[in-house]
Design a protein around this ligand. Structure first.
Ligand code: PHB
Length: 370
């Protein structure tokens, strides 16, 4: 018998009732069909295999051509993409699962080669990130381009991109959406003072820096209802060359405002391949969790490098309500079933994380077929 009783127990948040607290973290796998960045049968099969998760959060999905930062990641702005995602949600629902789409605008983490007509990527401020992106098989990883600062007159258009992304996600049959506010992409660039040096009402104070993220969230909530919207943050994340001078204050305020909007959940990247600051980790995430919940928000979803045993312990201690597993979910499509029997677990092969075909994607066996 497994001792993971908390992790395998049901959980309600917003309008969602999940069969367990083993969530699937958003994972870039770069296997959309080309041309057009379209989700297809291979992707539907991958998500179908993982439908016993309490909640699948899809890979980050660009809401517009401007929001794209890597070759082969899927979009949610063309009819073909919406139809492709509909096949994915149908597959997951047939198996009794639940699935949210992660809405993504990369901001400055892009390259002119990936932008429409070779346009310059956009950001809160014209500060190039010391980071890389993947533009094509031929070029591989290249430094990101220097961005241009968005004019204030363009910001309603960014909100509109997220609103349309949410509408398209609804058309595609998703149970809800997660707004990508983490890992140094556009909304995170606005939120943190290392990347936002604006002098208008979208920069400076915390209230100003979280203005765009909150406008986006309200627009998405209008489409789906707050009970079907989550928000992802990485308060101490360093990935994509980003930092903040006071993460507890910045993300505490953001979490409070998201809680007031009654979002279904807040999802925090607590660890990510060595790219999260260790100092104050527990304190900052406690501030985020309590700020969100005290203000009226739903559940807190922790993520990052946890074993099922760690996850069980953290739930029992009240430090998280559910856990999103990334690497473990790559190798173990039937992760909750494996947790129930205390494993065994397949190892995930790093060399097939990004791009390619079914190898290292849909060929990890479930326990029955081992
Ligand atoms: C990536 O493609 O490397 C990637 C995408 C989204 C994230 C993190 C990493 O949030």
């Amino acid at each position: 018998m497994s001792s993971h009783t908390n992790l395998l127990s049901t959980v309600s948040f917003g309008e969602i009732e999940s069969q367990n607290r083993v969530f699937m973290a958003p994972l870039t796998r770069s296997r959309s069909q080309q041309p057009g960045d379209v989700p297809w049968d291979l992707n539907a099969e991958y998500y179908r295999q993982r439908a016993s998760s309490g909640l699948i959060i899809t890979e980050a999905t660009q809401i517009s051509p401007q929001g794209k930062g890597y070759a082969f990641t899927p979009g949610i702005y063309t009819d073909e993409q919406i139809q492709g995602w509909k096949n994915v949600t149908d597959a997951v629902h047939e198996e009794g699962g639940k699935i949210f789409l992660q809405l993504w605008h990369v901001g400055r983490i892009s390259h002119t080669d990936l932008q429409p007509d070779g346009a310059t990527p956009v950001a809160p401020s014209a500060i190039r990130a010391e980071s890389q992106t993947y533009t094509s098989k031929e070029s591989g990883m290249v430094p990101v381009s220097e961005p241009r600062a968005l004019d204030a007159s363009e910001l309603p258009g960014i909100v509109e991109q997220f609103r349309v992304g949410a509408l398209n996600a609804k058309k595609a049959g998703f149970d809800g959406v997660e707004i990508h506010g983490a890992n140094g992409y556009l909304l995170d660039q606005f939120t943190r003072d290392g990347s936002n040096q604006r002098t208008d009402s979208y920069g400076g104070s915390v209230a100003n820096r979280i203005r765009l993220p909150l406008e986006v969230t309200r627009a998405v909530v209008e489409v789906f209802g707050a009970g079907r919207v989550g928000y992802r943050v990485s308060p101490l994340g360093l990935f994509n060359d980003i930092n903040d001078s006071n993460p507890a204050e910045t993300f505490g305020e953001l979490a409070t405002e998201l809680g007031k909007l009654k979002l279904a959940y807040i999802h925090a990247v607590e660890a990510f391949a060595g790219m999260v600051r260790d100092d104050e980790n527990e304190r900052v995430h406690t501030v985020v969790r309590e700020s969100f919940k005290n203000a009226g928000g739903g559940i807190y979803v922790g993520n990052g490098g946890l074993t099922p045993e760690d996850a069980e312990e953290r739930i029992s201690e009240g430090k998280t309500d559910a856990v999103a597993f990334g690497t473990l979910y790559i190798g173990n499509p039937d992760l909750p079933e494996r947790i129930a029997t205390d494993g065994p677990y397949n190892d995930a092969d790093q060399s097939t994380f990004y791009g390619g075909d079914a190898t290292g994607y849909t060929d990890y066996p479930a326990m029955e077929t081992v």
